[in-house]
Write a protein that binds this ligand. Structure first.
Ligand code: C2E
Ligand code: CA
Ligand code: CA
Length: 670
């Protein structure tokens, strides 16, 4: 952070300011100490003159014509003043008259001498006590040089109206002046000690002020730093769980990668997404749902080595970074441990909740060299795990529907819908008993402007992982029902089947949208059949049931696609409003040669018959297969034997062939 730097700068600047303040205040105060001390000394000199000198002098001494005074008077003054001068530490006394004659001095040589008046003496004659600190450079001071620096004080002498005695009356006439020389040293000493005392107090005061300021700044800066750290924490952590968020996770992945490059180790990113969390969240309510997420975060952290490597990416998605692994396979072991953590239910509020994640793993260096790529690939792997119900999957390039060229497709598809590039081909379903076409399945193709006709396998897997599949399905339903109406107008009564994706089967708005399309083309809902796979239903059975029941209530037929390839129990068959089963192509193509496939088919037929469902066989290519399926009790067949999926117009032509059933029979004859 910048704060220590800032503090230093503040320290220096405020030190300079405080020192400057101290200097100016110190100088001003020292000057006033000096002035005051000198003024005090002058005042005491004045008092001294009043009580120690003036009483011995008479106005006649300065007013008279005797310059110097008569020897008698001089001797008198020497006698009377001598004691007083030495007792009061007066170094020299001069008595001036107005004509600046020195009428008397304790120094005999000076008596009776005349000097030109200087400013100070003239001022004293105007009535003011004057002083100066003298270096004794004046000619009249020659004699005092032995005494060092002196304070000379001029005290005016005033006489009363009768001119017979001195007076202190400020308005009286000045007739002369005393000049008293006092040693300056005691004054200087007093100034020095006072000034020193001042500097000490001032210095101490300023130091205290400075320290106070510094501490204030220090605590302010500490507070700022703490605030900044808090802001940073908020920016990098998830508010609910306090775990690192995506930004911090990306940073720590990149850090770990840099370290792994130096150490030649592996970094794995594990992406966890809770299965059916939305359903759990809906039934728990938001508050408990949040609590559950916090507990999940806590449980994950217990398993992981360092705090920063577990993150919440939002919603029910968590991520874990495993740094410095020896092998990418170690991550799979950790993932299994993590899955085991979820075998215990979570206690939220008063309920115990079972929740399990699907985990996707992507590792540096094999699956990516930066955080974004690893996260994206872990996401792909996580979807694969979710889809296959395997718990955890490591990323595999081949299974990645998110590769950039595929992602481009997802963006392209929006435009394709608008440009009507997605067209339906129709493949007939033949009723075995009557050898007549009783229905068809609509299969999407993309008439791509550059790539030509694309099969659904090339774009549907990407789209099915996005919300885009909803508008796409509606678009195709509309197209299929327009076709169904045309077929009816042409005089044929057949069902038209449309395929649904997993996201469609949990879309609560779908039944209403279907009803709207049916009424748009004035078709009875019985014309429409919807095909969906077991796994699509099983991802969220409760929601799927609501949606399917609403559709069935409209009269729409529901068939289970790719029957036999799912992993789950088949109990859902009794709980959902299903009207037919489409046995997967993988059991049909070798039904004549493989007894196991034949067993699956006959089991499916038995099951369907007892549940009152229609059985459709997919991928019938050979006449023999048709005969075998007939023998096993299948109701309908679909496959290249009858026709490949064809454009709408061609399908019409197919319907209009008069002896369709005959053609099959002929083909089947060896
Ligand atoms: P699906 O629903 O199982 O569709 C049957 C697939 O088997 C079609 O492939 C069809 O062309 C192919 N097929 C039909 N008879 C034979 C045969 O005798 N031999 C062989 N080998 N194949 C046969 P297609 O058209 O490539 O579609 C693949 C899958 O794409 C579909 O499997 C379906 O899951 C999905 N799909 C197709 N159209 C749509 C659609 O409009 N919406 C959704 N959600 N999925 C669609
Ligand atoms: Ca189908
Ligand atoms: Ca199928």
């Amino acid at each position: 952070m910048h704060s220590p730097h800032l503090l230093l700068r503040f320290g220096v600047i405020s030190a300079i300011l405080v020192a400057g303040l101290g200097l100016t205040a110190g100088l001003a105060l020292a000057r006033s100490i000096r002035t005051r001390t000198i003024a005090d000394a002058v005042r005491s000199a004045e008092v001294l003159a009043d009580v120690g000198i003036r009483p011995f002098v008479s106005p006649a001494d300065v007013l008279g014509d005797f310059v110097p005074l008569t020897p008698n008077r001089q001797a008198e003054l020497d006698n009377s003043l001598g004691k007083s001068l030495s007792a009061n530490a007066i170094v020299r006394l001069k008595l001036w008259n107005r004509q600046h004659w020195l009428v008397y001095s304790d120094k005999a040589e000076l008596r009776g001498r005349w000097f030109p008046a200087d400013d100070v003496l003239n001022k004293a004659f105007t009535g003011r006590t004057e002083s100066n600190v003298t270096d004794l450079s004046k000619p009249e001071e020659l004699e005092e040089r032995d005494f060092g620096r002196l304070l000379s004080v001029y005290v005016p002498l005033r006489v009363d109206a009768k001119r017979t005695s001195f007076t202190s009356d400020q308005n009286a006439t000045v007739v002369g002046a005393f000049e008293i020389y006092l040693p300056y040293q005691p004054v200087a000493d007093s100034i020095r000690s006072d000034t020193l005392g001042l500097y000490k107090t001032l210095g101490a005061g300023l130091v205290v002020l400075y320290l106070g300021l510094f501490r204030l700044m220090q605590s302010a800066s500490r507070q700022l730093r703490r605030q900044a750290a808090q802001n940073e924490h908020q920016a990098l952590h998830d508010a609910l769980t306090q775990l690192p968020n995506r930004s911090l996770l990306r940073y720590s992945i990149d850090q770990s990668i840099a370290q792994a490059k130096r150490n030649g180790t592996v970094v794995s990113v594990l992406l966890l997404d809770m299965d059916r969390f939305k359903e759990i969240n809906d039934s728990l309510g938001h508050q408990l749902g949040d609590q559950l997420l916090v507990k999940i975060g806590e449980r994950l952290q217990q398993r992981v080595r360092t705090a920063d490597s577990t993150a919440r990416l939002g919603g029910d998605e968590f991520a874990i970074v495993l740094a410095d692994l020896a092998h990418a396979a170690d991550a799979t072991l950790v993932a299994e441990d993590l899955l085991a953590l979820f075998e215990q239910p979570f206690e939220v509020g008063t309920v115990m909740v079972d929740v399990r994640p699907s985990i996707g793993i992507a590792s540096f260096p094999d699956d990516g060299a930066n955080a974004d790529t690893l996260l994206r690939h872990a996401d792909v792997a996580m979807y694969a795990a979710k889809h296959a119900h395997t718990g955890a999957e490591a990323y595999s390039f081949d299974a990645d529907h998110y590769r950039p060229e595929r992602l481009d497709l997802a963006a392209d598809i929006r435009r394709a819908i608008a440009a009507d590039e997605l067209v339906l081909f129709y493949q007939p379903k033949l009723d075995i008993a009557t050898r007549r076409i009783t229905g068809c399945e609509a299969l999407v193709r993309w008439q791509h402007p550059y790539r030509g006709l694309l099969a659904p396998g090339e774009f549907m897997p990407v789209i099915e992982t996005t919300e885009l599949v909803k508008p796409l399905t509606l678009h195709l339903l509309d197209q299929a029902m327009r076709f169904a109406r045309d077929v009816r107008i042409a005089g044929h009564e057949i069902h038209v089947a449309v395929n649904l994706s997993a996201r469609n089967t949990v879309d609560l708005r779908l039944p209403e949208q279907v009803a709207e399309i049916m009424s748009r083309y004035q078709l009875p809902c019985e014309v429409l059949e919807l095909e969906l796979t077991e796994s699509a239903v099983l991802e969220n059975p409760k929601r799927a049931r609501d949606v399917l029941e609403a559709l069935a209530a409209l009269g729409v037929a529901i068939s289970v696609d790719d029957f036999g390839t799912g992993y789950a129990s088949i109990s859902y068959l009794t709980q959902l409003p299903i009207s037919s089963l489409k046995i997967d192509r993988s059991f049909i193509h070798d039904v004549t040669t493989n007894p196991k496939s034949a067993a699956v088919v006959s089991f499916s037929v038995a099951l369907a018959t007892s549940l009152g469902l229609t059985v459709v066989a997919e991928g019938v290519e050979e006449p023999e297969t048709l005969l075998e399926l007939e023998r096993l009790g299948c109701h309908q067949v679909q496959g290249y034997l009858i026709s490949k999926p064809v454009p709408a117009a061609e399908f019409m032509a197919l319907l209009n062939q008069p002896h369709y059933s005959t053609r099959i029979a002929v083909k089947a004859t060896p």
